[in-house]
Ligand binder design. Structure first.
Ligand code: HEM
Length: 282
């Protein structure tokens, strides 16, 4: 399977419009760098906290961070959740490999295999997630939030299938677009955590939701926003702006929007690392 690539302009850029195109490129690189770095921190947390407690024979400690994490005797629920956590780490590492242009250029074989691993991980997470929400039950949040993450699972499965199909048919440009959509959709749960922590970092209180029930208008809006709407919309705008060499205003507007999102995301990553992931593993 051909690799994911950094979104780059495909045609030469006229000298007069280099400014906006260069800004767009810089914001894409900044956005991806923050996202990849923040996802690595998330993967380290999952590996160290969940993996470490499991290896120490104390998986019941998962319940310190999830109300219904490890259920004694419920082998199917526990297996699905364990696979969910294991594939989280695989997804993030394989996603990083796919997005690094140097790896793609030098080791195309590594790229193909990590592409397969990525699609496998994404599909397993989506299907396992659906099981956890609708079959195992007890997932935190409201029905609307469950529907939003279900939408996310369906988008992941759709994008994975489309990316795979286009790759097999050697329609490389189409494959690249679907693979990028897949990556963005599969990052939805990470956007949720980072968005929530940025919100808490700003307000220093659970504004717009009840922390006991983990429900409320803010969480509903955040769920639909990050699982289904905003990241995919922003990606389409970036892809369109990259091709729109005749429209520097569009390129500048998308670059500015992406720069703003990058700042919020970076803030959320810092708060999530210091306030949530870090303390659970040190
Ligand atoms: C595709 C990317 C996904 C990743 C990387 C991912 C990762 C994780 C991680 C790390 C946890 C443990 C909680 C924590 O410590 O933060 C978790 C829990 C969970 N995930 Fe996912 N997940 C993904 C997709 C999904 C999807 C699509 C669904 C639902 C359709 C889902 C449903 C759940 C549920 C129900 C839990 C248990 C926590 C709770 O009760 O709410 N996940 N996931």
């Amino acid at each position: 399977m051909p690799a994911l690539t950094w979104p780059t302009a495909t045609a030469p850029i006229p000298a007069t419009r280099r400014g906006a195109a260069a800004w767009l490129h810089a914001s894409v690189v900044a956005w991806l760098s923050v996202a990849l770095l923040g996802q690595l921190v998330f993967a380290v947390y999952v590996a160290v906290f969940y993996g470490g407690t499991a290896l120490a024979g104390r998986p019941e400690r998962w319940n310190e961070v999830q109300p219904h994490g490890w259920r004694s005797g419920a082998w199917l629920d526990n297996t699905v959740l364990s696979a969910h956590l294991l594939f989280t780490v695989l997804l993030i590492v394989a996603g990083l490999v796919q997005l690094l242009p140097a790896v793609r250029r030098r080791w195309p074989g590594v790229h193909r295999w990590s592409g397969r691993a990525y699609v496998l991980a994404a599909a397993t997470l989506a299907l396992g997630g659906l099981f956890l929400v609708w079959v195992r039950g007890g997932a935190v949040g409201s029905l609307s939030m469950h529907l939003a993450i279900t939408g996310n699972a369906l988008l992941i499965l759709l994008c994975a299938a489309m990316a795979w199909r286009a790759a097999r048919a050697r329609r490389i440009d189409e494959h690249r677009r679907w693979a990028l959509r897949l990556w963005v959709a599969a990052a939805g749960v990470w956007f949720f955590r980072v968005g929530l922590m940025a919100w808490l970092g700003v307000f220093r209180a659970p504004v717009g939701f009840d922390p006991k029930t983990f429900t409320g208008p803010f969480l509903t809006a955040l769920s639909w926003g990050v699982y289904v709407i905003v990241p995919l919309l922003l990606l389409e705008l970036v892809l369109r702006a990259q091709r729109a060499h005749q429209a520097p205003a569009l390129q500048a507007a998308v670059a500015a929007a992406l720069a703003l999102v990058t700042l919020v995301m970076a803030f959320g990553v810092v708060i999530a690392t210091l306030g949530m992931w870090g303390p659970r593993i040190v």
